[in-house]
Design a protein around this ligand. Structure first.
Ligand SMILES: [Cu+2]
Length: 152
């Protein structure tokens, strides 16, 4: 089991085909949810390399540890969706989908359980949520950016 955290957010990974298909399916599900919630995502593009997921204009390289995650997009000083509910043992991956050159953000638990490094545009951060609970978090440089991960 992979435990290391993504610090670069730019690790290029080659997936085996079944893995890529599974990831694409999950990404689609969450992207559909994202469209319903925010209306800002348009499509998933599973590129020929299998390494890149187009999150509505956000061309992020997702590290292998992100596969199977619930995705939270960071854009326009918001976490989208701001509220996510996951089963214990689920991973959540935050992806900074800001335009190139825009601000870096973090995912930082209000109670201190985790804090990502500063994520530049295209940066990602993945965390495993093993224990049930409601976990509010914010962005360190922009405390007005808030979200909650509910594990149940
Ligand atoms: Cu921020």
């Amino acid at each position: 089991m992979r435990k290391q955290q993504s610090t670069t957010g730019r690790v290029k990974v080659r997936m085996r085909v079944p893995e890529a298909a599974r990831w694409a399916r999950r990404a689609t599900i969450w992207l559909v949810a994202g469209v319903a919630v925010a209306g800002l995502l348009s499509c998933v593009s599973d590129r020929s390399t299998g390494t890149s997921v187009d999150l509505g204009g956000c061309d992020a390289q997702l590290p292998s540890e992100a596969f199977g995650s619930t995705i939270v997009i960071i854009r326009d000083f918001r976490f989208t969706p701001a509220q996510v509910r996951v089963r214990p043992g689920t991973k959540v991956t935050w992806v900074n989908c800001g335009a190139a050159g825009s601000e870096a953000h973090t995912s930082t638990a209000d109670a201190g359980a985790w804090s990502s490094p500063l994520l530049p545009p295209g940066g990602t951060f993945t965390r495993d949520f093993a224990v049930a609970g409601s976990l509010p978090y914010h962005c360190e440089p922009h405390p007005g950016m808030q979200g909650t991960v509910t594990v149940e």
